[in-house]
Write a protein of this length. Structure first.
Length: 237
């Protein structure tokens, strides 16, 4: 039984067309077989299979306004939801996301959010994409060599080629390594340190990427992102 097919079938046609390329279809088949085998062995895989492609469901490649790249999903039970940096409402806000909220407060004066669910961003055309789309329970990076990068690089390439112009927020050395895939003549490429506690004070805090993204989008008639999530009452920050 296919592990990935139901999730792929639910995607917008433009993303399905990208994934249907022969090399990608073959890679997905190999990933599918490995995930099915691990699941049959009783290994917990995150996010739940119906959320593996969650980042792609909200917006077609040509409609993306901002791209925020992560590495792999959270590996704790109930945390991963298929959106980079995001956790479901009610789950404790992870450290990197707390720092993103702090930068939002400094940059745009937004009250600290009570929720770590970034679906509100995704629905506005913010592509919250991890390079690896799955992970095993309590094993960070466990699917880093499963073959996902061929798939997610192709997704980045699709946005680069088909989009009239969006903002790529590249935080940390790993994300910045994707800059060579992006046409900086058509897209805005903003670079900063990663928001993790280990590096946020070395160039993430004060980067003002959220306001810069909005300024760039507004100047091109693409509208601003409403970055606010929730009011400060009961904040988990």
């Amino acid at each position: 039984m296919s592990y990935l097919s139901p999730a792929i079938a639910s995607l917008p046609a433009a993303w399905r067309d990208v994934l249907a390329a022969p090399a990608l279809a073959a890679q997905l088949q190999a990933i599918d077989a490995r995930l099915a085998a691990r699941a049959a062995e009783g290994v917990a895989i995150y996010p739940p299979r119906e959320l593996i492609f969650n980042a792609l469901r909200q917006v077609a490649p040509q409609e993306v306004r901002v791209v925020i790249l992560g590495q792999d999903p959270y590996h704790g039970a109930g945390e991963a939801m298929g959106l980079s940096f995001s956790v479901p409402a009610g789950v404790k806000i992870p450290p990197s996301l707390r720092n993103m909220y702090k930068e939002l407060a400094s940059d745009l004066g937004l009250a600290p959010a009570v929720s770590g669910d970034l679906s509100h961003w995704a629905r506005q055309g913010v592509l919250l994409l991890n390079t690896s789309l799955t992970v095993e329970a309590d094993a960070a990076g466990s699917h880093g060599k499963l073959g996902w990068q061929l798939i997610t690089d192709a997704l980045i390439d699709a946005v680069n080629a088909k989009n009239p112009g969006c903002v790529f927020l590249l935080w940390g050395n790993w994300a910045q390594g994707k800059a060579e895939r992006i046409d900086a003549g058509r897209h805005a490429v903003l670079k900063a340190a990663h928001p993790s506690p280990l590096s946020a004070s070395r160039g993430f805090f004060g980067c003002r990427h959220f306001s810069q993204a909005n300024q760039w989008l507004a100047a091109r008639g693409r509208g601003e992102i409403a970055w606010g999530i929730a009011a400060a009452q009961g904040s988990l920050l």
